[in-house]
Design a protein around this ligand. Structure first.
Ligand code: FES
Ligand SMILES: [Fe+2]
Length: 341
């Protein structure tokens, strides 16, 4: 049996052996096999005045790119000068062209080479290689994504989860906060905890009071999954929708807006989680499932770090799944097997 092999039948399946999380070689391999072929969150379109630099997953993809607004057109370009390689734009700014601060090379907002001082007489210059390379850019409800070498387009990554989100993109969203959490655990352990509501009654006492555990659902799609929690009140309205886009993006839709969590691997036992808060209705910030996200995060980190210590045990290798409560985790493990295999 191959190392990366998770039975499609959840009742027969076993989780990944602990070596997957512990062996640095698998960690390095996942950068190429998983992260270079998937989509990465850039920002919300409202954050782009004209030029916004973003480093894609520092330490993993570690690629400096630039989101450029050119009239109504948004593009993702490499943020590296084609002359000697300086980073072109260091801070978000308003501009009608891109000018390198090293020797004055200029580009238009669509990445085309415009001019360069002191280059008279240089042969075959300028050529296509002097333009800035363009990366794919996907816009989903105003959220922007890019990829190095996508396996397929973003719409296919989100798949049939999209219509179930019922997201009203006409309401303006404002980024009100960003925060980084440092977790002493493998990135996949953090994700697989997120992917099941099974632990809610045990780990999240206060969340359990506002979300109805009995009606909590998980649906899986080709490269995404969606968990829906209904409010514990008699009205049973949707309290939260948790969309996971493989391998590391979490879009949490609450009454007040969206909390985007980007899971950034650092090493086999260290992960940074970026929490990006986009608010559409401030008056609802302290209500329901989206109220105490920091408290819930602390509870999640404690269990995930405990698992990281547990899987090092010589007496633990792999486990089994609950067919009714761990479909999201099983689906995630199957995707890891597919990408790594
Ligand atoms: S590196 Fe940009 S002009 Fe020289
Ligand atoms: Fe949790």
């Amino acid at each position: 049996m191959a190392f990366f092999d998770i039975d499609p039948d959840i009742r027969k399946a076993k989780t990944h052996p602990s070596e997957f999380y512990l062996d640095p070689q698998f960690f390095e391999l996942s950068k190429i096999k998983i992260f270079e072929r998937s989509w990465h969150f850039l920002c919300h379109e409202s954050e782009v005045d004209s030029l916004k630099p973003v480093t894609l997953l520092p330490g993993v993809i570690d690629e400096p790119v630039l989101v450029a607004r050119d009239g109504s057109e948004l593009r993702c370009l490499t943020n590296v000068c084609t002359h000697r390689g300086k980073i072109l734009v260091e801070e978000p700014c308003k501009a009608n062209l891109i000018r390198c601060g090293y020797h004055g090379r200029r580009f238009s907002l669509d990445g085309k080479f415009l001019s360069m001082p002191e280059f008279e007489g240089v042969e075959d210059f300028p050529s296509k290689a002097d333009d800035l390379r363009q990366l794919p850019l996907a816009n989903w409800n105003g959220f922007l994504f890019t990829s190095i070498e996508p396996l397929t387009d973003l719409a296919a990554f989100i798949g049939d989860a999209a219509p179930l989100i019922e997201f009203d993109s006409s309401k303006p969203l404002k980024q009100t906060a960003t925060r980084e959490y440092h977790v002493k655990a493998h990135w996949a352990l953090y994700c697989e905890n997120y992917l099941e509501g099974f632990h809610i009654p045990y780990v999240h006492k206060s969340l359990n009071e506002v979300v109805d555990y009995g009606s909590y659902t998980t649906e899986t799609f080709r490269y995404s999954s969606l968990q829906v929690g209904l409010s514990a009140e008699p009205s049973q309205e949707v309290a939260a929708r948790y969309l996971f886009i493989f391998p590391n993006l979490m879009f949490n839709f609450y009454e007040w807006g969206v909390s985007v969590n980007v899971v950034r691997p650092v090493s086999p036992d260290e992960t940074v989680i970026e929490f990006l808060t986009y608010v559409s209705d401030e008056s609802k910030l302290d209500e329901g499932a989206g109220a105490d996200l920091h408290g819930v995060e602390m509870e999640d980190e404690a269990v995930v770090e405990s698992v990281q210590r547990g899987i090092r045990s010589r007496f633990y290798s792999q486990g089994r799944y609950s067919p009714t409560r761990e479909q999201g985790t099983h689906h995630f493990h199957r995707l890891i097997a597919e990408f790594m295999g």
